[in-house]
Design a protein around this ligand. Structure first.
Ligand code: GLP
Length: 240
């Protein structure tokens, strides 16, 4: 594991973007696993800059998103489909056919999750980007999720719904369920970059790096991954 402690959010975004930009330069048809949430927004801005100044192209890049809410439309401004369009895809030359995001269709969630797993089993993800929840979740693998899961549907914990309330008007609007790549799927990625910034993530980072490896803190599953890069700021590192 490589631990990179940065001064602040901007430096963390820069460090993560350098790795992704180099990956795409060295292998233009890279497969990148993408994350949502507020954490990767700065990194996506830097990738857009890299595209605009001609350093990289997304023409041959394939992407697989980690997760999506269930039961909201793909056009809902807080759906991860909308997030990806607004924060990355609309500003780069990625081809629609190369974009994969789990469906938010609640009724067919199981069937769609299985198809997503099958699509992921056909590729090798070169880099998987991850944030972390305050309870140590990754994607939407909430505490207690088995390390053997591939893509699956899950009920969100109240803590995660409250953490994500800032993106919605009322708690009732925050979806109760989601679909996520499982830990087993995430672990298969060649390289994993996990980013976290701010004091609210300090306990989760401590648990991930220093606590027991346990489904109670899903991110701890990644600790023995052969190519894990953890990029955090001083606040998120403050309990280490
Ligand atoms: C959500 C997402 C996760 C993300 C987490 C942290 O629950 N499903 O993928 O890592 O939130 O979000 P943020 O980066 O906004 O703190």
């Amino acid at each position: 594991m490589k631990l990179v402690i940065c001064k602040d959010y901007d430096e963390a975004s820069l460090k993560a973007s350098e790795i992704v930009i180099n990956q795409i330069k060295n292998k233009p048809n890279s497969v990148i696993g993408l994350a949502t949430g507020s954490t990767p927004v700065g990194l996506y801005k830097k990738l857009i800059e890299g595209f605009k100044n001609g350093e990289i192209s997304f023409k041959q890049v394939t992407t697989f998103n980690l997760d999506e809410y269930l039961g909201i439309s793909h056009n809902h401004p807080e759906s991860y489909h909308a997030f990806m369009r607004d924060n990355l895809f609309k500003d780069v030359d990625i081809q629609e056919k190369n974009i994969h995001i789990p469906s938010s269709d609640l009724k067919n969630a199981e069937k769609n999750a299985l198809n997503y797993t099958k699509a992921l089993q056909k590729v090798q993800v070169d880099i998987q980007l991850l944030g972390i929840g305050t309870n140590g979740h990754i994607g939407f693998n909430e505490p207690g999720s088995s390390f053997d899961n591939e893509t699956f549907a899950i009920a969100l914990t109240e803590q995660t719904r409250h953490d994500n309330l800032r993106f919605f008007n009322t708690i009732e609007e925050v979806p109760t369920h989601a679909v996520t790549m499982g830990i087993k799927t995430i672990y298969r990625s060649k390289k994993i970059i996990l980013m976290a910034t701010g004091l609210t993530k300090a306990d989760a980072i401590y648990g991930m790096l220093k606590g027991p490896i346990t489904p109670d803190l899903p991110a701890s599953a990644l600790r023995n991954h052969p190519d894990l890069v953890v990029i955090i700021d001083e606040l998120a590192a403050s309990k280490l």
